[in-house]
Design a protein around this ligand. Structure first.
Ligand code: 5GP
Length: 369
C-alpha cells in the first residue's frame, strides 16, 4: 500500500533561526569561519564549506578560482578535458591559489573514459594529494551510480569523494561505505524541472536534518545542494547541520559565470521630448544540466526516452563574484553573532530553529533598484 508520511517536510522559506543570548561576541570579526573537516576515509581539508555547483555555467574555472582564493570549496564541471584542467592547475599554482579544496567532477555515462581522465590528471599534471572527486548524477538511486562510486573508491583510495544526488536518509549509510560527502537535494534547484516533470523531490530543510543525522553517526559529511535563494538560506543549512552548501543560481549572474552579459531594452512609461525613455537591463544565461539546451550542447540532443528536467533562464546580471562571496562570509559571521556561535562549526549547536508562516517582508520588493 502507498504510504503517506504524516509529517510535513519543510523548506528554507518555512523556517528562521531565532536570535538568542549566548556567548557574548563583540564583533563579527571574532567569528571563526574556517573549519577543519576530518573525512570518513582518512583525509582532512580546511575551509569555509561553500561550493559552487558543478554545472556548466558556474562550475567553470573563473568561478572556481575565486571561491578557492576566498578559502571556500569549488567544483569543476565534468565537460573540461584533462588538458584544460591541467592548464587551470598551472595557472592557480602561478597565482598562489590553493587547489586543496578543488573537486573534479565525473559523471556516470562513459565512466571508463571519465576515470581515465582522472588518471591522466594524476600522471600528467601532478594531481596528487590533495585529490578530491565529485561523482555527479541527477539520480544516485540507480545501481550504476553505486558501481561507479565503488570503482572510484577502489582506484583512488586516498581521495575525498563527494557523491550524489540523493533525497532521503535511507541511502546515506550505503554510500558512505565509499564516499566521504553525500550531496543531498533533488528537485530544489532554481533551474530544475524535476518536481514539475516527475513529482519527485524532498524539501531541503527536512532533508538536511534527516541526512546529517544519519551521516554524522558514521563520521560522514553532507552537502546541501540546490534551493539557495538568499545568503540566509546558507546560514540555515549550516545551522541545520549541513557540513557544506552548494549553490548555482546565486553565482550564475556574476561576471565570472560562463557566458556573455545580455542586454535587453525596455520601453518605460516615462516620456522625455515626446519619446518613451528606454531602460536597459542586463542578464546572463543560466541553464540546468538536464535541460534540453544542455543535452543539445553536451550529449548531441535529447534522447527519445527522456524528458527535460531542467530549464533555460535569463537571470539578472549581478556584477563581480567577489562581492557575493564577501556577503556570504559577512552573512554567516553575522548569523553566528545573533546566536552566540564563536565559529561556523558551532552554528548547529547554538541554533534554535523556528517554523514560520511569513519569512520576509516583501512590501517594497518591486521598488528595488
Ligand atoms: P540552485 O543553487 O541554482 O538552486 O541549484 C543548483 C543545483 O541544481 C545543482 O547543484 C544541481 O544539483 C541542480 N541542477 C542543476 N541542473 C539541473 C537540472 O537540469 N535539473 C535538475 N533537476 N537539477 C539540476
Amino acid at each position: 500500500m502507498t504510504q503517506i508520511l504524516p509529517e510535513v517536510y519543510l523548506d528554507y522559506s518555512d523556517i528562521l533561526i531565532r536570535p538568542k543570548m549566548g556567548i557574548n561576541l563583540n564583533s563579527r570579526r571574532d567569528v571563526d569561519l574556517v573549519r577543519t573537516f576530518k573525512f570518513k576515509h582518512g583525509q582532512t581539508r580546511t575551509g569555509l564549506g561553500v561550493f559552487n555547483a558543478n554545472m556548466a555555467t558556474v562550475g567553470n574555472f573563473s568561478v572556481a578560482s575565486k571561491l578557492l582564493a576566498r578559502g571556500m570549496f569549488a567544483t569543476l564541471h565534468k565537460h573540461y578535458s584533462a588538458d584544460e584542467i591541467g592548464t587551470f592547475f598551472n595557472s592557480c599554482r602561478a597565482q598562489n591559489i590553493p587547489l586543496d579544496n578543488l573537486f573534479i567532477t565525473i559523471g556516470l555515462k562513459n565512466s571508463d573514459t571519465e576515470i581515465q581522465k582522472l588518471k591522466e590528471l594524476e600522471s600528467r599534471y601532478g594531481w596528487t594529494a590533495p585529490r578530491n572527486i565529485c561523482i555527479d548524477a541527477p539520480n544516485f538511486y540507480i545501481q550504476k551510480a553505486l558501481d561507479v562510486l565503488m570503482r572510484v573508491r577502489h582506484e583512488f583510495p586516498d581521495s575525498v569523494i563527494m557523491a550524489g544526488n540523493i533525497a532521503s536518509g535511507d541511502i546515506c549509510l550505503k554510500l558512505l561505505d565509499y564516499a566521504d560527502i553525500i550531496k543531498c537535494g533533488i528537485g530544489s534547484g532554481s533551474a530544475c524541472l524535476t518536481r514539475k516533470q516527475t513529482g519527485c523531490g524532498t524539501p531541503m530543510v527536512s532533508l538536511i536534518v534527516e541526512c546529517a543525522d544519519i551521516a554524522h553517526s558514521v563520521n560522514g559529511h553532507i552537502c546541501a545542494d540546490g534551493g539557495i535563494v538568499d545568503i540566509g538560506d546558507i546560514c540555515k543549512a549550516l545551522c541545520l547541520n549541513a557540513d557544506f552548501v552548494m549553490a548555482g543560481g546565486m553565482f550564475a549572474g556574476t561576471d565570472e559565470a560562463e557566458g556573455d552579459i545580455i542586454e535587453k531594452h525596455y520601453e518605460t512609461n516615462e516620456i522625455v521630448d515626446g519619446a518613451h525613455v528606454i531602460q536597459t537591463r542586463c542578464f546572463k544565461a543560466y541553464y540546468g544540466m538536464s535541460s534540453e539546451y544542455a543535452n543539445n550542447k553536451f550529449a548531441g540532443g535529447m534522447s527519445n526516452y527522456k524528458t527535460s528536467e531542467g530549464r533555460e533562464l535569463l537571470i539578472p546580471y549581478t556584477g563581480p563574484l567577489d562581492k557575493i562571496l564577501q556577503d556570504i562570509k559577512g552573512g554567516i559571521a553575522s548569523c553566528c553573532t545573533y546566536i552566540g556561535a564563536t565559529s561556523v562549526k558551532h552554528l548547529s549547536k547554538c541554533a534554535t530553529i523556528i517554523q514560520v508562516h511569513n519569512q520576509l517582508n516583501k512590501v517594497f520588493e518591486k521598488y528595488s533598484v
